[in-house]
Design a protein. Structure first.
Length: 233
């Protein structure tokens, strides 16, 4: 997808977002840059929410907080070259809504929610069986396309239209199949048991719907279960 085509795509996706969600967004722009991770080859930053300086509106001291959302066409293009299944529109929508969520959190005075420390806290809550934000792992360290690490746990992110009967995934060159429990619902956190070369702690397959506007502030109640995997020959 060319730079101009990507700009057109972002404009179309932005037009689909109600204006209320864009309050305080000074601009949504596209940059030609590719922003690779300094230490992890094949990992790129797709977008950023950049807070802008607070502006005083009048002599009474009223202030306006705003931010700018930037999407990096070069990063999208680099990932598309690495993965022939790369879905430009799906990844653009994912990135746009993710950065918009950061903007809304920052406007609400919760800008620290995007930090790795916050992701780790939410992961501790998950392990302890307490309520947690099902999107927390997306603020962890991205170690590969669609794979995130938080405090020793590794999360394989998979977007689906509905809960599938079976899911195949790859881990260290091996292909596995897993069957979600009959009572599972989305988003589903499936703790995978039986893989070769497991991570330091848990390997979790997360099944979730394509992010919508409601999920920005009110994500669904997560389902969690331990499931056995079946290695495919």
């Amino acid at each position: 997808m060319t730079y101009q085509e990507f700009e057109t795509l972002i404009t179309r996706l932005t037009d689909a977002i109600p204006r209320d969600y864009l309050q305080g967004v000074a601009a949504i722009s596209v940059s030609p840059r590719a922003v690779p991770h300094r230490e992890s080859p094949g990992v790129f930053t797709l977008g950023e929410c950049v807070p802008l300086p607070i502006v005083t509106l009048d002599e009474g001291g009223d202030e306006s907080e705003s931010s700018r959302i930037v999407l990096y066409h070069g990063s999208f293009a680099a990932l598309a070259q690495l993965d022939d299944r790369f879905d430009w529109e799906e990844e653009a929508w994912e990135t746009l809504t993710h950065e918009l969520r950061h903007h809304l959190e920052w406007r609400a005075g919760a800008y620290d929610l995007e930090t790795y420390d916050r992701a780790a806290e939410q992961n501790f809550a998950r392990r302890d069986g307490e309520p947690f934000d099902p999107g927390f792992y997306l603020d962890g360290e991205q170690v590969a396309l669609g794979v995130y690490e938080v405090d020793g746990d590794t999360f394989i992110d998979r977007r689906v239209l509905e809960l599938p009967d079976e899911v195949e995934f790859q881990w260290y060159g091996r292909t596995y199949r897993v069957t979600p429990p009959a009572d599972a619902s989305l988003p589903a956190f499936l703790i995978l048991s039986g893989v070769q070369d497991p991570p330091v702690r848990e390997l979790v397959l997360v099944l979730r719907r394509r992010p919508g506007l409601r999920s920005l502030l009110k994500p669904g109640e997560p389902f969690e279960a331990v499931v056995e995997v079946e290695e495919q020959g």
